[in-house]
Each structure stands twice: as C-alpha cells, then as structure tokens.
Design a protein around this ligand. Structure first.
Ligand code: AMP
Length: 193
C-alpha cells in the first residue's frame, strides 16, 4: 500500500475526540510510510487529518472539484492539489490514486463517498480495503443497521465482510495489511461508470 484515501467530515463534530482521532490517523499514515489522498479542503476533520500528515512531513494529495471551491477553502499547504470538474471525477481520481479507503466520522458527504467506493469493491471494480474508524462508537448504529440489512437478506455476508471496522487507527490499518479481497465476478471497471 502506498496511499490511503480518507473521507471525513467537513465539520469537526461535537467532541474533541474526533479531531484527536483524525490527528492520530494522520500521524500513523506517515509513520507507516503511507501518503494521504483526501478532499483537498482546509476545514473540518479533513483539514485536521491533512495538517497532521503535513506536520510529520508526509505526502498529501487533495482532489477538489471546482464547483466546491466557493464552499470549501482549498488547503494551501498540500503536496499536490488536483482541481477537477465534478464530484464524479473527484471520486474516480481518489479511487485511482489510493490503495485503500477509510471513513473517519463525518456526515452525508462522508457516507456517500465511502459507500460508493465500498459498492465498487462489491462489484469487483477494485480489490482495495475499505474501513470505518469507529471513533467513540460513532458508527455503532450504522453497523447495527447493516446487521439488520444482512439479516433481512439485502446485504450478502460476503459483501458485508468487505467492510472493515476498528476503534483505533492502528487496529484499522492492521486489518488493511491482512486484507485479501474475496473472489467476485468483475463486472465493470471504475472508468466505465
Ligand atoms: P460531510 O461528511 O457531509 O461533512 O461531507 C464531507 C465532504 O464530502 C464534503 O465537504 C464534500 O467535500 C464531500 N462531498 C459531499 N457530497 C459529495 C458527493 N456527492 N460526492 C463527492 N463528495 C462529496
């Protein structure tokens, strides 16, 4: 693995625990020799994780759609900032650049980005690990919902197991190191969507 894509909130959330975890994640990426791919903004948890990687001398690649620049201030210090034409281009480029995907706590944007890339794994469009960092139990209810979806036979067990979850960055990246994507029929390539 060379780079990890981190999706996370454009806000910092209600508890300082979230920013603490984002800083820890950034520091650990650098310690493990991994670069960061992220949304390219300077605010919220996104800015916190980017700042943490940069403070340790790591590589940060931001991917910001032009349409978002009036809403999200581009981070001035990133190693590389790709300005792209649309949200779809952003997600495709992030997926190309990264070797694994992590969602820290976040809102609708974080969930949308993370679940899209997880479903690309489900379709066999990539074989890269996808994990939730469950800081302070933030994602417990989402996990409970996915248990329900599996019990109701809308999510297959093999697909559910594509979603890695851990409470700490160290535990999550440990799971990434041992991840082997299950054999699934490859239906599409990311570039064809
Ligand atoms: P949020 O988790 O709602 O704070 O959003 C986190 C970030 O996700 C936002 O700042 C946007 O950069 C990004 N985002 C929101 N919606 C989308 C989308 N449909 N596609 C790609 N990125 C998005």
């Amino acid at each position: 693995m060379g780079r990890i894509c981190v999706f996370c909130g454009s806000s910092r959330g209600a508890s300082p625990e979230y920013a603490r975890a984002a800083r820890e994640m950034g520091g650990l990426l650098v310690a493990m020799g991994l670069g960061l791919v992220y949304g390219g903004a300077s605010g919220g948890l996104m800015g916190v994780v980017a700042d943490a990687v940069l403070a340790e001398g790591g590589e940060v690649i931001g991917v910001l759609p032009k349409v978002l620049e009036s809403k999200e201030t581009p981070h001035p210090g990133v190693t590389t900032l790709h300005r792209v034409g649309s949200m779809h281009e952003r997600k495709a480029l992030m997926a190309d650049l990264a070797d694994g995907f992590i969602a820290l706590p976040g809102g609708l944007g974080t969930l949308e980005e993370f679940f899209e890339v997880l479903t690309w794994g489900q379709l066999g469009m990539h074989a890269k690990p996808c994990g939730l960092l469950n800081v302070g139990g933030y994602y417990n209810r989402l996990m409970a919902f996915l248990d329900h979806a599996q019990a109701e036979q809308f999510v297959r067990e093999g697909h559910r197991s594509l979603l890695l979850v851990a409470d700490t960055p160290t535990a999550l990246l440990g799971k990434f190191a041992g991840f082997a994507a299950p054999e699934v029929e490859r239906v599409l390539d990311v570039r064809s969507i």
